[in-house]
Design a protein around this ligand. Structure first.
Ligand code: PGA
Length: 250
């Protein structure tokens, strides 16, 4: 069984390079002694370098990447550029990008394939819009997002069940229940098994994201059946984040 994985998605925070380096340094110092867990820090693009230098023992990830390798694509960042910055992971298809910048499932699929091609690990977010959405929506999202990925490459894809309604807002947490997470993770495994075979379905690394904090993280691992978490708000304070990681593995 692979190690637990925690992905810190800082979103558009903090505001300065200085604060980003301090957060990375403090978080790294607080989690350094913890074993059996992989931690990926995903700061905004301009702070990648500072975070890599401040936390050299943690993995570095980006929050997005474009699918074309180079050219006239104003404002975009390629997978090669991220590799050059020593990123190992990339969050792809976060619902905030789908909602706020109109990213489609087709675009997410191109991004997944572009990151795989360059040897980066895509952390792919999939989730329903509202609490009463139908399960078919998730099946169809998975099929579109993973189209054209080979079974071999699928071994390196991380899937996140990230229900849009569960993402924290204005400081408030609205997590999904561990029972729902467990149900959805089984659905994800079924879909991945159907597309890539039983072995890949059973072994795929799956996380939960949406209002995860130090208090609830363990329930998603124990009862939700996930192998880690994608953490937004609770990753912006080094002590709270370290507590979360500790509670997850102990
Ligand atoms: P949150 O963000 O932990 O602040 O809810 C999670 C996410 O972006 O998936």
């Amino acid at each position: 069984m692979s190690k637990l994985l925690v992905v810190a998605n800082w979103k558009m925070n903090p505001q300065t390079e200085h604060e980003a380096a301090a957060l990375a340094r403090d978080a790294a110092a607080a989690v350094e002694a913890l074993q059996n867990v992989e931690i990926v820090l995903c700061p905004p693009f301009p702070f990648l370098n500072a975070v890599r230098e401040a936390a050299p023992l943690l993995f570095l990830g980006a929050q997005d990447c474009f699918w074309e390798p180079q050219g006239a694509y104003t404002g975009e960042v390629s997978a090669d550029m991220l590799k050059y910055m020593e990123c190992t992971h990339v969050i792809v298809g976060h619902s905030e990008r789908r909602r706020q910048v109109g990213e489609t499932l087709e675009m997410v699929n191109k991004k997944v394939r572009a990151t795989i091609l360059k040897g980066l690990t895509p952390i792919v977010c999939v989730g329903e819009e509202s609490e009463d959405s139908d399960k078919k929506e998730l099946h169809s999202q998975l099929e579109q997002i993973l189209a054209g990925v080979s079974s071999e490459d699928m071994k390196n894809v991380v899937l996140v069940y990230e229900p849009v309604w569960a993402i924290s807002a204005q400081g408030k947490y609205h997590p999904a229940s561990p029972e729902l997470v467990s149900e959805r993770i089984s659905l994800f495994r079924e879909a991945v098994s159907r597309m890539f075979g039983e072995e890949i379905g059973a072994g795929a690394r799956m996380l939960y994201g949406g209002s995860v904090n130090a208090e609830n993280v363990k329930s998603f691992i124990k009862e939700g059946g996930v192998q880690g978490a994608l953490v937004g708000q609770a990753s912006l304070n080094a002590a709270a984040f370290a507590n979360l990681v500790r509670n997850m593995i102990l």
